[in-house]
Design a protein around this ligand. Structure first.
Ligand code: PAF
Length: 288
């Protein structure tokens, strides 16, 4: 695997592949890679001839109270994992390469509606930062396909909507969440959990599953489903186990608007604090 940090080197390599008629898949990351990221590379291999990954801890998506300086940076470990997974090219720009004017004089991409609630509400400006950096990275790499993990469900919808709204010729491939045996979604943030917290954390996924089952049972019986009341019960059970639910909602799977009776494609979105970690998870529910 070749690692480059300059835009000119990235463009030259991708251009050479294009001239040979090869297709390119892209896996953007912020590093500190775990098996979930590697599953994105594995999926990318199914869609293109060459794989480009990036590691860039994007300052634009961190809030003022979020500690970007202490974000874990594990470059040589990450390089080994990406090499083993068959990545062809790794792009590792510095902030001044991506944002030469700094953050405040830079144009940005705002994706309305899908960015608004949930993590968008808890982390103001976060999805503007994500959409802007992903748009820039797409313009730099110009991939045919890009892979994103469904653990960040709202992020995937923001990026999919951006691609549709701005007519970007890129296919977004959502990749299923990788989980520990306990059901806990793999995340860099799990590193902040103590042994006790790690034992409690799977309660989040368990209650999303409980809620999904209640919805499916209600639908099968043609009952009217009290999405808000059921979500409240699930949040209560999560809090009872020692986590602190930030939000837990049943939503339309694409628009992310609160679910209504007629919706058949749903997603349950949740975030909960567990000790120092803010865990997010989700579960799709298909009723037809
Ligand atoms: O999911 C992430 O790691 C980041 O939000 C992404 C998509 C790489 C943009 O910085």
């Amino acid at each position: 695997m070749k690692t480059v940090s300059q835009i000119s080197e990235l463009r030259a390599q991708v251009k050479a592949w294009r001239q040979q008629g090869l297709t390119v898949a892209f896996v953007p990351t912020m590093g500190n890679l775990h098996a979930g990221h590697i599953s994105l590379v594995d999926e990318a291999h199914k869609h293109a001839d060459k794989i480009v990954a990036s590691i860039f801890v994007n300052p634009m998506q961190f809030g003022v109270n979020e500690d970007i300086d202490n974000y874990p940076r594990t470059m040589s470990d990450d390089q080994q994992k990406l090499t083993a997974a068959g990545t062809d090219l790794l792009f590792t720009p510095t902030p001044d390469i991506i944002y030469p004017k700094g953050l405040t004089k830079q144009s940005f991409v705002e994706v309305p509606n899908v960015s608004d609630g949930y993590c968008g509400e808890s982390r103001p400006g976060h999805f503007r930062g994500v959409a802007t950096v992903v748009c820039k990275l797409f313009n730099l790499v110009q991939p045919d396909v890009a892979c994103f993990g469904l653990k960040d469900y709202q992020q995937v919808q923001v990026i999919q909507t951006m691609v549709e709204d701005l007519s970007m010729p890129i296919t977004i491939v959502p990749v299923a969440t990788s989980r520990e045996e306990s059901g806990l979604a793999l995340s860099s943030r799990n590193g902040y959990l103590t042994a006790d917290e790690k034992e409690a954390a799977p309660v989040l996924q368990q209650n999303l599953q409980w809620l999904a089952d209640q919805i499916s049972i209600g639908f099968a019986k043609s009952d009217s489903i009290d999405f808000i009341g059921l979500a409240r019960q699930a949040a209560k059970a999560i809090n009872h186990a020692g986590l602190h639910t930030d939000y837990l909602h049943v939503c339309h799977a694409k628009t992310l608007q609160p679910a209504s009776e007629d919706d058949t494609q749903l997603v349950i979105l949740a975030a909960a604090h567990c000790g120092k970690a803010r865990l997010i998870d989700n579960l799709q529910v298909s009723l037809a």
